[in-house]
Design a protein around this ligand. Sequence first.
Ligand code: DGJ
Length: 726
Amino acid sequence: MIVLDKDTRVFTLHTQNTTYQMKADENRVLLHTYYGPRVGGGDLSYLIQYADRGFCPNPSELGRRRDYSLDALPQEYSTCGVGDFRLPSAQVEQPDGSRLLDLRYESCEARPGKYALEGLPAFHGAEGETLSVLLRDPSSSLEVELLYGVFEAYDLITRTVRIRNRGNRPVRLNQAASLCLDLPPAEMDLITFDGAHVRERWMNRAPLRPGVQGVGSTRGTSSHQHNPFVMLCGRDAGEDHGLCYGAALLYSGGFQAAAERSQFGDIRLVLGMQPQGFSWVLGPGECFTAPEAAMICSPNGFTSMTHQFHRAVRERLLRDPYAGKQRPVLVNNWEATYFDFDAEKLLEIAREAAPLGIRLLVMDDGWFGQRNDDFGGLGDWTVNRRKLPGGLEALAPRLRELGMQFGLWVEPEMVSEDSALYREHPEWAMRAPGRPGARGRSQLVLDLSRREVRDHLFNALRSVLDSAEIAYVKWDMNRSFTDIWSAALPPERQGETAHRYILGLYELLERLRQAYPELLVEGCSGGGGRFDLGMLYYTPQIWCSDNSDAIDRLRIQYGTSFCYPPVCVGAHVSASPNEQNGRVTPLETRGVVAMSGTFGYEMDLCRCTPEEREIIRRQTEDFHRYGELIRQGDYYRLSEPFQDPGYTAWAHVAPDRREALVSLVTGSTWAAQPFVTLKLKGLDPAAKYRINGGKTLWPGDALMYAGYPIPPMRGDYQSLQLHLEA
Ligand code: DGJ
């Protein structure tokens, strides 16, 4: 609910459990007054205190008043160069060369329905509401519109910013953050999700110290190294208690998430596109729209925040026909064959897969052009007839006869120098004139900011997709950006290239979606290098990591779970010893871990023993049985893998609490271990549950408050699943 008091100029956003408020004060400065547990309303600006603070400048219109400084007051959208020395939200270069921006309140409007964003990913839903607040720089022609979307039931507030040039000379925009959140002094922690290729989204929690700290990506992608989802929380906050804020950017390019603890202890979080290298020429009358950011505040710890993010993503970000829906259990040939396969090998795998309950065969990298290793071929999206003599049109029906759908891998954004496409269009690769250009995985990035490149890619994909019945595409992208430069832009606009690339990528993905509405597209970037809400708008699932080791995945999937629901998390069972780290794990454990995602196999099923096949058959059966619970249930983290309690446990609980699936995986074993009593969460305390179909009726309250005794397990990396039914 949005409440506007135009007399006091207090604007309040209420969600089910939270309240967010700002006030345009007597100086027309838009101050942030409150974000936290829901309160009745009224003017909360009494929380703001005024004092003469040394070396904090005062606006000149206030004459001799010294207790008013932009540097010491909570701002709704911070400016630059006119009195606030903390993190700016927008940075500009005015026509006179000054880098100054002063924003003052102009007007506001609340309206039913959530604002729409042209060409950018966004939460959607008829019940959303919009608040628009217009700010203007009194000394220049710049106008900033702050947009807020309110989804009450999800405690979700979305934000974005439109910056308009109302003057007749161009202005340069050097930063346009999507979210600025000023919080009062408090002892808080910043939580980020960081790592590397094959080690994505490890959770890191550290107290905020004075100054700026944060994460970001300058790689042109959201990156493996840091995720554009961050949290702020009280020092004492945990899964079930304490105040916490989660903020996510719906953007797949470079980003910056920075938190600053100021000289007076107050805290500012700024989240938006990466300013480094960014510069946008805003011509007269033009408007720049920043990507959307989403925030959820939970007064009761991390779990409730996670539940709200998961519901919002499933129901208000993903789009039909795949929003929260069942995806087919698949087998992917990458770790089974790498580049060394042909149609017969794929059919062999499919023949093994079909009776085991697997319904989709995904042909990974290497089916096209002269792609026999990762040194060439990218860009030539025509079938390699040596490997697939009859083409896709012959393979798909043969799979269909086996009861399998057909899917394939593409990496449209890239080009190999050893390819027909590059020989024909070397200028389509991003590379500045006179520079050799760095390679990544021996490939170059195609300039998706250019329409002709996008048109070419769309047509190339269309020929592939129209040539056979194709149900699924894995959209991969395997390098960080360097040498960002577009032949289509003049020198003064080169700072726009990286963002125009992302806009181009979104346009291409949207075009594909419109042309093939039933096609399931899985995002991928060397695993989870572009795992963000922006991509999820177009690709309802993303390959979580190139690390398919079940034990490493426990940490990766744990970190991923804070914002992203399991239905989006690409997870497969792969061979043991694991291809990435050589670890040996039981097949049962690999199944338990992959089941907490989209579920599938990434191994040569032809090499399985009859016993292994039987385990796989049971796993796919279990996944079909529990599928809805995993997709639609509330996710509970029951342990902290980074604390190494000797096991990792989690649960999916049905919204009506009548059913739950609890999973537990042990670490490497040692003798005389303490017994584990696992305290479950989210059950109905008054209900009685049967576990795995047993006769005993277990009271929900006892299972949660006293716990469930985990039977001792021998050996490393064991697992169990408890299926509870009330
Ligand atoms: C990186 C992906 O993450 C892998 O799963 C695989 O598709 C390779 N690329 C293929 O080159």
